[in-house]
Write a protein that binds this ligand. Structure first.
Ligand code: ZN
Length: 143
């Protein structure tokens, strides 16, 4: 078993993302969010799991220096404000945002807004999907 080639982290709280938390260097304890990069040893992306309670708006907007972000919404409904443009989001929405765009988010009163954010350096991907995949010669062995 080549265990050095992968890392698995079990999060007991993943069935309720509202209990996730981490300590932000400036904001202190932040509830409803966790970053996976350090725990999983991700080397080319940052990923966060997020849960925003219904009716709650983030109290700030932010942009990035070099990373684009993909927001994948899994449940609830909300609105994003991206450089002043209001966008409706809901379960199933996927939104890509350029680094320099200022963004914020609020959850509507339709349950917690659960979403994943994937952050990666803009224009860094050299190949993907079928161009990057390598098929094994052997059939999978589940025994
Ligand atoms: Zn961000």
């Amino acid at each position: 078993m080549k265990t050095s080639l992968y890392k698995n982290q079990n999060y007991e709280q993943l069935n309720d993302w509202s209990k996730l938390n981490f300590t932000h260097p400036k904001l202190g304890k932040v509830v409803g969010k966790i970053f996976l990069r350090e725990d999983l040893g991700l080397s080319g992306m940052e990923v966060s799991l997020n849960s925003l309670p219904e009716g709650v708006a983030l109290p700030f907007s932010h942009a990035h220096k070099q990373n684009e972000e993909l927001y994948l919404f899994l449940s609830g409904a909300g609105e994003m404000l991206i450089d002043g443009e209001r966008i409706k989001v809901q379960s199933g929405s996927a939104v890509r945002i350029s680094p320099q765009a200022f963004r914020t988010l609020r959850a509507l009163n339709q349950g917690a807004l659960n979403f994943i954010v994937i952050q990666v350096k803009e224009k860094s991907l050299e190949q993907a999907s079928l161009d990057d995949g390598i098929m094994a010669n052997e059939q999978p062995n589940w025994h």
